[in-house]
Design a binder for this molecule. Structure first.
Ligand code: Y12
Ligand code: CO
Length: 174
């Protein structure tokens, strides 16, 4: 089922998510709903808190060279932990919870992550490029952090201005 994605400045996005304790059918339904929701909005990553569930769950489906997102490439991470990081990279990020705003953000170039899959099996992933950036972006959601909090003062002001304009335009249209 497609869920509503909550958007900034909804206070629930600031919640720190709690670890998953049980890897049961309820968790599988949440993961399936998150996948449907993310794909319905052309997303490449989604954390559970974005559908108002404060649990340490995230999904990623990075486009391949053809720009396709086959379901075989879907990665589901439960209770992820970053083990190692290296380097620095800057990528233009966007977020389904901050629609219409994209900005350059600097993060680690590579990360290794330990996580559990939907069946509670422990996994280890070494990620670089877009996957590494997306993992860090989604893991920030688990701590109640949004990418806009990483912006410089000037860029944050630009964002606040664009948000006010969006709100004004939405009011006019309704
Ligand atoms: C690199 C950087 C950040 C991530 C996190 C995941 N972000 C997304 O999946 C964002 C998707 C997104 C999609 C939108 O909708 C369309 O493009 C149709 C969108 O909507 C508007 O801008 C109106 C905003 C964000 C992964 C990798
Ligand atoms: Co996001």
């Amino acid at each position: 089922m497609i869920k509503t994605v909550i958007t900034y400045p909804d206070k629930r996005l600031k919640e720190v998510s709690a670890p998953v304790e049980t890897f049961d059918n309820d968790l599988h339904i949440i993961l399936d709903d998150m996948y449907e929701t993310m794909m319905s909005q052309n997303g490449v990553g989604l954390a559970a808190i974005q559908v108002a569930l404060p649990i340490r769950v995230l999904i990623l489906n990075i486009p391949d060279e053809e720009g396709e997102q086959p379901k075989e490439n879907l990665i589901e991470m439960i209770n992820p932990t970053i083990l190692t990081t290296a380097g620095e990279t800057t990528y233009q990020e966007g977020c389904l919870s901050v629609p219409g705003f994209y900005e350059d953000i600097t993060r680690f170039e590579t990360v290794s992550v330990e996580y559990f899959d939907r069946d509670g099996e422990k996994k280890l992933l070494e990620a670089d490029q877009l996957l590494s950036v997306a993992i860090q972006h989604e893991m920030d959601h688990l701590e109640g952090k949004l990418f806009i909090e990483k912006l410089s003062y000037a860029k944050r002001k630009k964002f606040e201005k664009e948000l006010k304009k969006q709100i004004r335009d939405n009011k006019k249209a309704s």
